[in-house]
Design a protein around this ligand. Structure first.
Ligand code: FES
Length: 143
């Protein structure tokens, strides 16, 4: 079974989250008990569930998340470097075994000013059956 190495945006401890190809990252993270913001309940309307994807989960060897505080902020954060060395570009999602971005996710990310390069995904719209890492971008009070 694949796992997601997840760093909650609230700074709580990293979680190893079991993944299923038929369950979104959001649902998997919530089932694990980790905190992830999801203001619209998973309908691609708010963007608060966004996560920064890391192609190289470390199996628990790192103290910090994929970018150590480079939370994706509209208009710039999405271009922040990843700790795992993932290649940027439109093929990032497919190379990681993530499902393609559907129209609703693309639209929401564009509204937020986030690049559609696959580094930032909406957890409520993303599926994966491969190991990967991700960091929650927004804590409870973040905008
Ligand atoms: S929970 Fe609102 S966009 Fe994912």
């Amino acid at each position: 079974m694949a796992n997601l190495e997840f760093w909650p945006a609230d700074g709580s401890a990293r979680r190893l989250v079991p993944l299923s190809p038929v369950t979104t990252l959001l649902v998997a993270i919530m089932k694990s008990g980790a905190y992830i913001r999801h203001d619209c309940g998973g309908r691609a309307l708010c963007g608060t569930c966004r996560v920064e994807i890391d192609s190289a989960p470390q199996g628990g060897g790192r103290a910090a998340g994929p970018s150590s505080g480079a939370a994706a902020s509209p208009g710039g954060g999405a271009a922040a470097g990843l700790g795992g060395g993932a290649a940027a570009g439109p093929s990032l999602s497919s190379s990681l075994g993530l499902g393609p971005m559907r129209a609703a996710e693309r639209e929401r990310l564009q509204i937020l000013g986030i690049a559609l390069d696959g580094r930032i995904r909406l957890a409520c719209q993303t599926y994966s059956s491969r190991d990967l890492g991700a960091r929650g971008c927004l804590d409870k009070e973040d905008r």
